[in-house]
Write a protein that binds this ligand. Structure first.
Ligand code: ADP
Ligand code: MG
Length: 276
């Protein structure tokens, strides 16, 4: 086949083909290829690689924006020595994302306010996005409100379906769901829909004992807990508030009341029951 080639049209062609990175760099690489005598195939492959790498970078950037993670809360800024019961190696393995997100396993972070639950969950979210996963961080009350509105519009199922695109949904502060919000069962329906398919990371001040107010009735509370813990890793960040500790300038040792041997047990629990 014979094609008439007009190099002057190349920028237009590359725009038409949606190859902005090649458009930006082809001249620079063409010059180098000519100078260093690259074979045409190497030149073409280099440009293709460049376009793909840039596309991936932009994709991750978009996912990061969409995730609505609190800014600055990354693993780099998380001080693991403040939570000796949480193994850094274990968190790092979870941050790689392999083997639990594709099985819809859950993470549960419990502990008093200021212990680092939000920070650690956001940090995990950040790293998972860097590793190509999709994450949404939300206050539980905000999401429940959104789902309640969807229910009023008879669109709850599709609202829950839309959340399927997220490999991990981080529900921060589950214990702050109000009684009036609990009266509709949207949270239960979300948990049931994601069960064994899509992962949840839930943070809460209170472990299960006080979850009665979060769901409409006792049976639903038990059913929700059952699904959440069936395939779950539980971290208990039972430490004094990091804020308070840094404010009073004491060193980062956790409070003596919470670091007895019992609390140094491995932070992982794969529980078949709802007890804690
Ligand atoms: P929680 O969600 O458990 O109430 P946060 O994650 O909001 O606690 O932590 C309270 C503040 O202390 C945040 O500014 C957080 O960045 C900081 N913080 C808590 N734990 C740590 C830690 N281990 N390393 C660094 N900063 C921490
Ligand atoms: Mg928090």
């Amino acid at each position: 086949m014979s094609i008439s080639v007009d190099i002057a049209k190349l920028p237009l062609l590359l725009t038409e083909l949606r190859l902005p990175t090649i458009k930006q760099f082809w001249e620079e690489f063409a010059e180098r290829a000519d100078m260093e005598g690259w074979p045409a195939s190497r030149f073409l492959a280099t440009l293709a690689e460049l376009e793909l790498a840039e596309r991936e970078r932009r994709r991750i950037q978009r996912h990061l924006v969409a995730a609505r993670l609190p800014s600055g809360k990354t693993l780099d800024t998380f001080d693991f020595s403040a939570v000796p019961m949480v193994s850094k190696a274990h968190v790092m393995a979870l941050a790689a994302g392999d083997g639990w997100l594709d099985q819809g396993k859950n993470l549960l972070f419990f502990g008093p306010p200021g212990g680092g639950k939000t920070h650690l969950s956001a940090a995990l979210g950040h790293t998972l996005i860097d590793n190509g996963f999709r994450v949404l961080f939300t206050r539980t009350t905000d999401l429940v409100q959104r789902l309640q509105t969807a229910r009023q519009d008879l669109a709850l199922a599709s609202a829950i379906d839309k959340l399927d695109k997220y490999d991990l949904l981080i529900l921060d502060d589950l214990s702050y769901v109000e009684k009036s919000q609990a009266e509709t069962s949207v949270l239960f329906e979300l948990i049931a829909a994601r069960y064994e398919r899509r992962s949840l990371l839930i943070t809460a001040n209170q472990p299960f004992g006080q979850w009665d107010r979060i769901f409409p009735d006792k049976a639903m509370t038990i059913a929700a807990i059952d699904r959440l813990v069936h395939h779950a890793t539980i971290f208990e960040l039972n430490v004094e508030s990091y804020r308070r500790r840094t404010a009073v300038g004491r060193d980062a040792a956790p409070s003596a009341t919470t670091t007895d041997a019992d609390n140094c047990r491995p932070a992982t629990t794969t529980s078949e029951t709802g007890d804690n």
